[in-house]
Design a protein. Structure first.
Length: 512
């Protein structure tokens, strides 16, 4: 049933701001010295707010008008700043799936963090603030507002890694913040460049994304040295750091390895998707001619990302490092779909973002469950764990099989759509990227087989399986992975309409 627009606006604002309100409640309800029996108070409150936000996001997803997925819906627009920036929040077929993904992953990450003992109120407050910031990125219809939410996301993730991370947490946290802030500086210059262009040719100064999308940058020159070409590469660098695209990727393995489990879930599940979303929403939507001029670069980087990430993942003996580098490879598929500059390619890229968000978040959750029991992530130190952890082993295998693209799971339909969309444009590059699936199958099946099957080592004979809290947290992600794999239209219909205007703008530019 399609939601009434007025109700939809209210729900969208709640999805955006309710987690931030929850963060304040968690901080106020927490105490510096938690006594026995009240140590889980912050966890319960945070889980409650995350659950309500997810329910509202699911309601919004179900009530979204898929026949108008190419248009902004549930829009709230309020005059805000005097230089052409508005508080403008809305969703379309491109952003709605990612907004729901963010709510689902936050709920899973928060619910699965019940073991956290150090500074619980601060920990859960940061995750709820992170949820609001990421939702703002996916729903902002104004470039300046988009940038503010983009920067807000950095603070909670920096603190989560720096306070609750591993032995090298300070190094990983500062590397994360330095890389992303440097990328943001390029992006900010690109944002002001495209806004200034419209003002320079006589339009009122605006940061509205729909308005800027109608500016014709090509009339003042084409090519990589043109104004549009320069703005594209500035924006691209900012988003390439977040994806991450080689050679801006080196912060990711360190951040993943040192972050706590929930931090890795959010980092892989939604923070990387902000980069892919930015490429579609800003780079290609606003600058379709420049996207064609720089297409050759996107193709090269997509192939390098896919192959490089796969081989580095294959060489890892640490489960978390393996999954971190596999994310680099799979995000190469996102770049491949975008580089195709076709509707099917764009749709495939969006589907890969959603699918990878689910199964990568699930993979990191399962590594966390194994580590909580064995206190090691080294493959060589574990064997036969399935005998003691049947539930963990089963769900870990589901996530791994989704990662290698097994039919019936979310990864298959996403990757297949991407490859179909890109093959007609550049067959060789597509074949090279497809070949990495065999490498993915190699390291996933090899490593998980070594960990869960074979003889059970004596030191693991007393280990226990996941408890109900953990089963609920990871079960949400596993269910979503199966749902999209079996019924891809849950996301596919919406994503097709969401990317249609982008593909139309590119096609119109190509006909000139």
């Amino acid at each position: 049933m399609i939601l009434d627009p007025n109700i939809g606006r209210i729900i969208l604002q709640l999805v955006l701001w309710l987690p931030a309100i929850g963060a304040a409640v968690v901080a106020l309800a927490g105490s510096g010295r938690q006594e026995t029996g009240s140590s889980q108070r912050a966890w319960r409150i945070a889980t409650f707010f995350a659950a309500i936000t997810f329910i509202l996001a699911a309601w919004l997803l179900i009530g979204f008008d898929r026949s108008r997925a190419d248009q902004y819906q549930f829009e709230t627009r309020i005059g805000w700043l005097p230089f052409g920036s508005d508080y403008r929040i809305a969703v379309d077929g491109l952003s709605m799936p990612l907004l729901a993904l963010n709510a689902l992953l936050t709920l899973s990450a928060v619910a699965g963090s019940w073991r956290i003992a150090l500074r619980q109120p601060l920990y859960f407050s940061l995750f709820l603030i992170l949820e609001s910031a990421v939702s703002g990125v996916f729903s902002a219809g104004d470039l300046f507002l988009f940038f503010l939410f983009w920067e807000l996301e950095l603070i909670p993730m920096f603190l989560v890694i720096g306070i609750w991370g591993g032995a090298r947490r300070e190094y990983a946290a500062f590397k994360f913040i330095l890389y992303t802030v440097a990328g943001s500086a390029f992006m900010l210059v690109g944002i002001f460049l495209v806004a200034w262009y419209g003002h320079a040719v006589g339009s009122p100064l605006t940061f509205g994304i729909p308005e800027i999308a109608h500016f014709d940058f090509a009339q003042y020159g084409t090519g990589i040295s043109s104004l549009g070409g320069l703005a594209f590469i500035l924006l691209f660098i900012g988003f390439a750091v977040k994806v991450p695209v080689f050679p801006f990727h080196t912060w990711l393995p360190d951040a993943h390895v040192e972050a706590p489990t929930a931090g890795s879930v959010m980092l892989a599940g939604v923070l990387l998707k902000m980069g892919g979303y930015g490429l579609l929403r800003l780079c290609v939507t606003l600058l379709p001619q420049a996207a064609q001029d720089w297409q050759w670069l996107l193709i090269i980087l997509a192939v390098v990302n896919s192959i490089y990430g796969a081989f580095v993942a294959l060489a890892q003996t640490d489960l978390k490092k393996m999954i971190a580098n596999s994310s680099i490879s799979h995000m190469g598929y996102v770049l491949l779909g975008i580089a195709a500059l076709t509707q099917v390619g764009f749709q495939g890229a969006l589907l890969v973002m959603v699918a990878h968000g689910l199964y990568s978040g699930l993979l990191f959750s399962m590594v966390g469950l194994v580590y909580d029991r064995t206190h090691t992530r080294e493959v060589g130190a574990m064997s036969g764990l399935a005998a003691r952890m049947p539930f963990i082993a089963s769900v870990f295998m589901i996530a791994g099989l989704a990662s290698l693209g097994l039919p019936g799971l979310a990864g298959f339909v996403a990757e297949f759509t991407t490859f179909i969309g890109s093959y007609g444009v550049f067959p060789l590059a597509t074949i090279l990227c497809v070949s990495t699936i065999a490498i993915t199958a190699g390291y996933i099946l090899w490593r998980l087989g070594s960990v869960f099957f074979g003889p059970l080592l004596d030191e693991w004979g007393t280990l226990g399986d996941a408890i109900w809290r953990e089963r609920l947290a990871v079960g949400l992600l596993a269910a979503a992975t199966l749902l999209i794999g079996v019924v891809p239209s849950v996301v596919a219909d919406m994503s097709a309409g969401g990317v249609a205007p982008i593909a139309a703008a590119v096609a119109q530019t190509a006909q000139r």
